[in-house]
Design a protein around this ligand. Structure first.
Ligand code: PLP
Length: 377
C-alpha cells in the first residue's frame, strides 16, 4: 500500500477535478475566444470557473487571472509590479527563504541593477513584520514574501506586513506567494490584503500546469506573456479549459470542509511529532504553524538513506523542496540548522486525504530505519 506524505511537493488530483477535466476534454473542446456556439459554451465554463475561485478567495472574478503555474504567477507578479512602480525606485524587499520562483527572479533582477534586501527568517522560516518595516525605504517598489514556507511550514503575517507598508506611507506593492497557503489557511484576499497573490492548482488536488494570480482592482499589471487578448488582454495564450475547470472544481470541492480538514491535518502533524519524539533519540523538529508541513531532522543519518529505506516500503516523503532535486536547502541553512541536521532533514507533507495509518506507517518506517541503518557518524 502506498503511503504518500509528500503533499507539499504536490497532491493527488481529487476525483471531482479529474472528472471535470475529463468531461471538458471529451465534450467541450471549443476555443473560449471563438464566437460560435461551441466557443460560447467554453467561455461560459471559463467564466464560471473564475467566479467559483473568486468567490472562495473573496475577490471579484475580474481580479483572477489564470496562468500555467505558481512559478509563472510569481514571475509575472514581480516583474509586473516593478513596471507599475518603476517611478518609485529599484529597491525590493524579500527574504532568504523564498521559493526559487521568487528567489531566482530576484537574482536576475539584481544582476540587472535592482537592489534587493533579503531578510533573514525566524527559526520557523517565517519573516517578522518588524524586519520588513525596518527595511522599507523611499525607493522600495516591491515587497515579495511567501505566506507559508514550503520547507518549514513557517507562517508569515502578510496582513500585518500590508498594514506596516501602509503605516509607513510607502508606495511599495505587496506580492504574496500563497502557493502553499491557499486552502491551507482560512485566508481570503481581503484578509491577506496583498496587492498580488500567487496560487497554484497542484497543491490543492487540482492537476499540475494551472495556477492563478490575484491582481487587486486598480493595479494595471502589464502582461508577462504577450500575444492574443485572452484573460482580459493581460495573459495571452488559449486558456487550458480542462485544467481551469479542474482547478475550480478542486477549490469548490475542498473549500466547504476546510476548517475540518485543517483540524484533521493538525492532528496528524501532532501525532507524528508525538510518535517520532517518543521513538527516536535526538530528533529535531521545526516548530511551525502550518498544519500540512512538518520538517524534521535525524542528526547522524543521511536523508537520502532514510528516504530510500522508506521508498522500498512505498512510503514517500522528501528531503526539502522537490524543486531542489535533492540539492542542499537554502531554507534550512537560513533558519540556522546545523549541517549535520540538514544532512538528515526530511519534509513530511499532509493532505485532507492523509490518514492516521499513513502516519503510523511512516513513523514505523523511520523507527525501523534508525534501528537497522548504519549511522553516518
Ligand atoms: N511557490 C511555492 C511556495 C511553492 O511551494 C511552489 C511549488 O512547490 C511554487 C511557488 C511553484 O509552483 P508551481 O509548481 O505551480 O510552479
Amino acid at each position: 500500500m502506498t503511503t504518500y506524505l509528500d503533499n507539499a511537493a504536490t497532491t493527488a488530483v481529487c476525483s471531482e477535478a479529474a472528472t471535470a477535466a475529463f468531461n471538458i476534454m471529451n465534450n467541450c473542446y471549443g476555443n473560449p475566444s471563438s464566437t460560435h456556439t461551441l466557443g460560447r459554451a467554453s467561455k461560459a465554463i471559463l467564466d464560471d470557473s473564475r467566479k467559483s475561485i473568486a468567490s472562495v478567495f473573496g475577490c471579484t472574478p475580474a481580479e483572477i487571472f489564470f496562468t500555467s503555474c505558481g512559478t509563472e504567477s510569481d514571475n509575472w507578479a514581480i516583474l509586473g509590479a516593478l513596471h507599475v512602480n518603476r517611478r518609485v525606485g529599484k529597491h525590493i524587499i524579500s527574504s532568504t527563504v523564498e521559493h526559487d520562483a521568487v528567489r531566482k527572479t530576484l537574482d536576475k533582477l539584481e544582476a540587472d541593477g535592482y537592489e534587493i534586501t533579503r531578510l533573514d527568517p525566524e527559526a520557523d522560516g517565517s519573516v517578522a513584520v518588524s524586519s520588513v518595516a525596518a527595511a522599507l525605504r523611499d525607493n522600495t517598489a516591491l515587497v515579495t514574501l511567501m505566506a507559508i514556507n514550503n520547507e518549514t511550514g513557517g507562517v508569515t503575517d502578510i496582513r500585518a506586513i500590508a498594514k506596516a507598508i501602509k503605516q509607513a506611507g510607502s508606495s511599495a506593492l505587496l506580492h504574496c506567494d500563497a502557493v502553499q497557503a491557499f486552502l491551507k489557511l482560512p485566508l481570503k484576499t481581503k484578509t491577506l490584503d496583498a496587492d498580488l497573490i500567487s496560487i497554484s492548482g497542484h497543491k490543492i488536488h487540482a492537476p499540475k500546469g494551472i495556477g492563478a494570480l490575484y491582481v487587486k482592482k486598480g493595479i494595471n499589471l502589464p502582461p508577462f506573456i504577450i500575444g492574443g487578448g485572452q484573460e482580459n488582454g493581460r495573459r495571452a495564450g488559449t486558456e487550458s479549459l480542462p485544467l481551469i475547470a479542474a482547478f475550480a472544481t478542486a477549490v469548490t470541492t475542498i473549500s466547504p470542509t476546510l476548517n475540518k480538514d485543517l483540524a484533521h491535518m493538525a492532528s496528524l502533524k501532532k501525532l507524528c511529532v508525538e510518535r517520532l519524539s517518543a521513538d527516536i533519540e535526538n530528533i529535531y523538529f521545526v516548530d511551525s504553524a502550518a498544519v500540512h508541513i512538518l520538517s524534521i531532522a535525524l542528526p547522524r543519518y543521511k536523508s537520502e538513506v532514510i528516504m530510500n529505506f522508506l521508498e522500498a516500503k512505498e512510503i514517500y516523503v522528501s528531503k526539502s523542496s522537490a524543486c531542489k532535486k535533492g540539492g542542499r536547502s537554502h531554507v534550512l541553512e537560513a533558519i540556522g540548522m546545523s549541517s549535520e541536521q540538514i544532512d538528515g532533514a526530511i519534509r513530511i507533507g499532509f493532505s485532507r486525504y492523509s490518514t492516521t495509518a499513513d502516519v503510523h506507517a511512516l513513523c514505523d518506517g523511520i523507527l525501523e530505519a534508525s534501528q537497522k541503518l548504519f549511522k553516518v557518524l
